[in-house]
Design a protein around this ligand. Structure first.
Ligand code: SF4
Ligand code: SF4
Length: 119
């Protein structure tokens, strides 16, 4: 994980949904859990039991994946089903939260050294 500004220019998100299909945790803070449960009109315990798992480091909760490995909240047309209350990690990507190598996988990243990183 990194919070260092990358060696890239960030263009507008293309809404491709790729970052919602990457492996890894979609980490949830306590305010995230409260907001998402409320948005889904679920109790927090029901939300956790239905949509959450332990993070890989077992230090918190993550959203679960669907059968294809995408985030369980990724809907049709690459739209996030909880867009108004999506987790902090999702709102912060890529400028305030990212990870090594993200620039090679996000079409919004344009590497200053050599044009589009992908696509
Ligand atoms: S991978 Fe990049 S361009 Fe695609 S939805 Fe995520 S942030 Fe936007
Ligand atoms: S919560 Fe929404 S924005 Fe975040 S990974 Fe899941 S589908 Fe993508």
């Amino acid at each position: 994980m990194s919070t260092t500004p990358p060696d890239s220019t960030i263009h507008a998100c293309r809404r491709c949904g790729a970052c919602c299909r990457w492996e890894g945790d979609v980490c949830l803070t306590e305010p995230d859990i409260s907001a998402i449960a409320g948005f889904l009109q679920m109790g927090e315990k029901d939300f956790i039991n239905t949509y959450c798992r332990l993070q890989r480091n077992r230090c918190g909760l993550s959203l679960i994946d669907d059968a294809n490995g995408a985030c369980i909240m990724l809907g049709a047309d690459n739209a996030c089903r909880i867009q108004p209350v999506k987790p902090r990690q999702c709102r912060d990507f890529p400028l305030r939260w990212n990870f090594p190598g993200w620039e090679t996988r996000c079409p919004a990243a344009v590497n200053r050294k050599g044009g589009p990183a992908v696509c």
